[in-house]
Design a protein around this ligand. Structure first.
Ligand code: HEC
Length: 278
């Protein structure tokens, strides 16, 4: 999709980021965050990391009760065990992540050498493959456990995604993620922004639509509907299917660029994963 279409689509979903040709990512982020602060003036900015529970007091009570015995606790301890268990060659994840497990705030980032957005799950699999281990599946299972542990160790760190100016491909990846967010698709012809920007706070069937601000801060999540943990790209895929659009591969370029854009929009918020959701 070209930029003109993105502009028009953006204009259709609430006028947000309607001038992407002129705006820098930093200006986008300001428009984006201000939009949600104005739309939900009762919500403390730091509370958007709690998704729909920032705007739904009844759901919140339930959720707070669930958080007293968090359903993601087993995943954190399984993930910790993975972290501490050496690969067949004797090395461990620590050899790939010398700063330790709490590095979620370093992702996603632009990897100049590879010319692509590097996410934490991809870095985990790169580590495994470099050490002769099979890559893990990206949507659920062991990778969600390891992510749960690493994310838990990153709690409280502040999202600070950078778009380096010395490599124009980084800005292009950001722009692609943004276009993806505003592009209508599927039989229902909805963009991500249709639900999570323009209609955020309204009810769709039985669910209140959460504001997009804060969407990436708490993954992986334990979802009651799944009965297990799932990654951010599993959620992307579910939301694509919801409008009867074909989902893209987890950790493919589309979803990585989408994550780059969405996480950049959350700059300044705190990481609070793993999370629990309905
Ligand atoms: C038809 C409406 C609809 C569209 C379009 C849609 N979603 Fe969703 N999405 C939902 C609903 C409903 C939920 C569950 C309730 C909530 O948290 O909003 C949800 C939840 C999410 C969550 C989890 C929020 C949390 O707090 O954990 C993320 C992330 C998300 N959507 C991203 C996306 C992305 C990215 C797209 C575009 C690919 C998209 N959604 C498109 C309806 C939609």
């Amino acid at each position: 999709m070209n930029k003109t279409i993105a502009t028009i689509t953006a204009a259709c979903v609430g006028g947000l980021l309607a001038a992407p040709l002129l705006a820098s990512p930093e200006e986008d982020r300001e428009v984006w965050q201000t939009y949600f602060e104005k739309r939900f003036p009762q919500v403390e900015k730091t509370d958007f990391v709690n998704g729909v529970y920032s705007i739904d007091p009844v759901g919140r009570e339930n959720w707070e009760a669930i958080e007293e015995f968090p359903p993601y606790e087993a995943a954190i301890s399984d993930g910790e065990e993975m972290w501490n268990t050496p690969f067949a060659n004797g090395k461990t994840y620590k050899d790939c992540f010398p700063d330790g497990p709490g590095v979620a705030a370093q992702y996603p980032h632009w990897n100049k050498e590879k010319g692509m957005v590097m996410t934490l799950p991809l870095a985990i699999n790169n580590c495994r493959e470099a050490n002769g281990e099979k890559p893990l599946k990206y949507k659920k299972g062991p990778i969600a456990d390891l992510l749960a542990y690493m994310t838990y160790e990153s709690r409280g760190d502040v999202v600070n995604v950078e778009i380096p100016e010395d490599d124009p491909r980084a800005l292009a990846a950001y722009e692609q993620g943004k276009e993806f967010y505003f592009a209508r698709r599927g039989q229902l012809n909805f963009a991500c922004a249709s639900c999570h920007v323009g209609n955020s706070g309204t009810t769709l069937r039985t669910e209140i639509l959460s504001p997009a601000l804060g969407h990436t801060t708490h993954f992986p999540v334990y979802r009651s509907k799944w009965g297990e943990m799932g990654t951010l790209h599993r959620r992307f895929s579910g939301c694509n299917k919801q409008v009867r659009a074909k989902p893209f591969p987890a950790q493919g370029e589309e979803y990585r660029n989408l994550e780059y854009f969405m996480t950049y929009m959350n700059n300044g918020l705190e990481l609070n994963g793993p999370g629990a959701r309905k």
